[in-house]
Structures are given as C-alpha cells and as structure tokens.
Design a protein around this ligand. Structure first.
Ligand SMILES: [Fe+2]
Ligand SMILES: [Fe+2]
Length: 258
C-alpha cells in the first residue's frame, strides 16, 4: 500500500499567474491522494493574491494542506489570507496537524512555517541583545510547535511540512551567507524527535531537491523554481520504517531516488 503525496511550494501567485498550474492540477486525483503546499503561495501576502491561490488550488478533488511562507506575511493580512484559503477548502497548518484517510493508509501532516537561524556550528544563538534573543526564540518556538504537532498525530505515515528548511543539504546552490535566513537546525531536531517519514519544505528557490536530517529523515525542497514542474509526487510505503520515496513529474516521468 502506498500513499501518493503531491507537493509544491513558492508558487507566488498573483493574477498574472492564475491558470498556469491548473492544467496539471486537474490531473491530481489520478496522480496523488493529497496535495501539500509548502508556503510562499502569494507574492506579497494580500487577500487578493490569496483568492488567486484559492481559485488555482481549490476544488481539486483531493485534500489540499498548506503552510504559509514569509511572503504570505508581507502585508500583515494573515487572517484574511488564511480565510480565503480555508473558504476554498484548503487546510492551513501552523503548529498543528491533520490526519487524512487515503487508500494507502492514514497520512498525518504536521506543519509550521518555521523560521531562520542557521545550522550546526554556524547558527544564531540565544545571547546578547534582546533583538537577537527574540530572533532565536521565534525559531525555537516554531520548532517546538512542529515537534508537538508531529507527536500529536495518530497515523500510519507522518510527514512534516514547513516553509523554511530543516537541513542545509537542500540549500546547496544558495549563497552560504544567507543560509541563516533560509532555515534552522532546530526544525530538523523537531523532525527527528518523531517517526517522521518525509519532510517537505520550500523557500530556497536556488537550492537543491534532496537532503537528509541528522536522524536520517528524507528531506525534499519542493520550491517551484527548484522542481521546475507543477508539483512533485512522492510515493510513501505503508510502514514508517519501510517508507519508500519515489517521485514522478507532473508529466509522469519517473525519477529514481537514491
Ligand atoms: Fe519563495
Ligand atoms: Fe520564502
């Protein structure tokens, strides 16, 4: 038994983009059991842009689960953005999770936006000015909420969905100087604290697709500029310890996952 997970992030929709994803999305019920959206769904986080997301990603015939990204916060209209997405039936996670029944089993998805901070040996620390402590505390609280959400779900397969990256692997291609603004090791620690089968994120437009947490959880950067297709599809086996990840392009081209 397999659960088929479609995922994409960083679609950055505004009115000029509406319709570009739809032809591939219309094929969704035949390709996947669920679609996960890894944040930066809008360009500047306005309600108008969120309604574009709702039109593009609503009514697909499969459950759609999202986290927001930093761009979705830009205009301080998060409640309106979330409201527009929820009206279209899109589940928006932030420090919580959802369990979806699929023919392959019960899929648990825990989600947070996440935040920056950097990675082992090269990270911000909870020291010094209040502003620096607040920056690090934001990441710590986000990672704590992700861990709580992951542990709260009763499911057959567990997936972590974030916008910011939990590992540096999938940032390869980005300038080293901005790694601390692209993700945090604390998200990786949260993912490793639970029996997570797969972690999906976006945000790193110039990063790379594949990575692994220190605990061995497979990480995939599904930012649209990275995957260069409407969405990627991951096949997860029905046992956490035997989960197999494979991917096919929206056009049905099989990729091998080593
Ligand atoms: Fe983005
Ligand atoms: Fe982003």
């Amino acid at each position: 038994m397999v659960i088929r997970i479609a995922a994409v992030g960083d679609v950055h929709l505004d009115e000029d983009v509406v319709g570009r994803f739809r032809p591939a999305l219309e094929e969704m019920p035949g390709n996947a059991d669920v679609l996960l959206l890894a944040g930066d769904l809008t360009r500047h986080g306005t309600e108008v842009e969120a309604r574009c997301v709702a039109r593009e990603f609503g009514g697909l015939g499969v459950p759609v689960v999202a986290v927001l990204g930093n761009h979705d916060h830009q205009c301080d209209q998060v409640p309106q953005v979330v409201g527009a997405l929820e009206e279209a039936g899109i589940v928006v996670l932030e420090g919580n999770g959802v369990v979806l029944d699929s023919p392959g089993g019960r899929l648990g998805v825990a989600g947070v936006k996440g935040f920056g901070g950097g990675f082992a040996g090269r990270c911000a620390s909870d020291f010094g000015e209040p502003e620096m402590k607040a920056f690090v505390r934001t990441t710590t609280e986000s990672a704590d909420r992700l861990a709580e959400a992951l542990h709260s779900l009763d499911c057959d397969l567990l997936v972590a969905l974030t916008h910011y990256s939990p590992v540096p692997d999938t940032l390869a291609g980005e300038p080293l100087e901005i790694y601390p603004f692209l993700g945090s090791y604390q998200l990786g620690q949260a993912i490793d604290s639970a029996p997570t089968a797969l972690a999906l994120h976006g945000h790193a437009h110039h990063g790379s697709e594949r990575g692994t947490t220190p605990g061995g959880v497979r990480v995939r950067n599904v930012a649209h500029p990275v995957i260069k297709q409407a969405y990627s599809i991951f096949h997860l086996g029905d046992h956490l310890d035997q989960a197999q990840v494979s991917g096919i392009g929206a056009g049905g081209i099989q990729q091998s996952w080593s």
